[in-house]
Design a protein around this ligand. Structure first.
Ligand code: SF4
Length: 291
């Protein structure tokens, strides 16, 4: 077996790194569940499998999964097979309780390896536990539907509420989930338009000194690059004329930086209010990378 994803699946199913692994939940149905193995670079990652998932050996096949499938199809016209679906924790927990920090940490290597194999262009974090594991951030209600870049994986992440009946039976939360999905649709449409959106900028190693960034307009190029590399870019930012000029010059001297900027094109465009400056910057970076 040379397919790295199949090897990882076998590793996951055999995993006993914490006490959750290998428990027989119902006759011949064991607690470990891997992914739907869909060949997609759009990942949807939830918390951990429930009892229906254990029975079928696939994540998001219970009520939450059915809601997700129908909403994705109805709102953004995407079938379940368009998503690679998995969880941050791969085993059913006793009584379906919340996973502990230790269990999540024990399971982290599987997530790390999976993301490095899939190389996603976008991750949809389903629920607060997935959002926190993927971005290190808290407050899913505050960040719902936003695009943030995972500092660990350097991949754009959009957080949505977990599509569990607890949320989706509540009309406000259900509408919030639908709105979040529309943002996913916007992101993917932009991504499609950007020719350069083939990688995710995972090799970024930009370093810059810490600067105050309590202003909406970036006045310092290093602060902009640091925010970009850490996925902490402010929503609705502008570039000052000086930052724009400096970035344009830097890009033309540094092919790696130009490539990083084109890789992050969609995120930059989604976050920018000063769209014209950012579009100009992207055009310079793209022509340098391609030319
Ligand atoms: S939860 Fe993760 S680390 Fe624990 S046994 Fe299951 S697969 Fe292994």
């Amino acid at each position: 077996m040379s397919d790295p994803l199949k090897i990882l699946r076998e590793k996951c199913l055999a995993c006993r790194a914490c006490s959750l692994g290998g428990r027989e939940i119902s006759p011949k149905c064991f607690s470990n569940v891997f992914s739907n193995m869909s060949p997609s670079r759009i990942m949807a990652i939830g918390q951990n499998p429930g009892s229906e998932e254990v029975k079928k050996g696939e994540p998001f096949v219970g009520a939450s999964g059915r809601f997700f499938n129908e909403a994705a199809k109805g709102i953004i016209g995407m079938e379940r097979s368009s998503f690679y679906i998995s969880n941050v924790l791969r085993c059913f927990t006793p009584g379906n309780r919340q996973p502990t920090r230790q269990e999540l940490d024990a399971c982290r290597p599987i997530l790390d390896e999976e993301i490095s194999i899939i190389k996603p262009t976008l991750i949809i974090a389903l629920g607060s536990v997935a959002f926190e594991r993927l971005t290190g951030m808290h407050g899913i209600m505050k960040h719902h539907g936003e695009t943030v870049v995972s500092p660990r994986y350097l991949v754009p992440v959009i957080a949505l509420l977990h599509p569990s009946p607890y949320n989706t039976n509540n009309p406000t939360n259900r509408e919030m989930f639908h709105d979040g999905l529309r943002k996913v649709g916007d992101f993917l449409r932009q991504a499609k338009r950007m020719k350069s959106f083939s990688q995710t900028g995972r090799e970024w190693e930009l370093k810059s000194e810490k600067m105050s960034r309590d202003r909406k307009t970036y006045l310092n190029v290093d602060v902009f690059l640091e925010d970009m590399s850490r996925g902490k870019m402010m929503d609705g930012f502008f570039l000052s004329e000086e930052v724009f000029q400096l970035l344009s010059a830097k890009i033309q001297l540094d092919r790696e930086l130009a490539k990083q900027i084109t890789d992050m094109a969609v995120v930059l465009l989604l976050k920018a209010d000063g769209k014209r400056e950012v579009e100009d910057l992207l055009a310079i970076a793209e022509s340098f990378v391609n030319g």
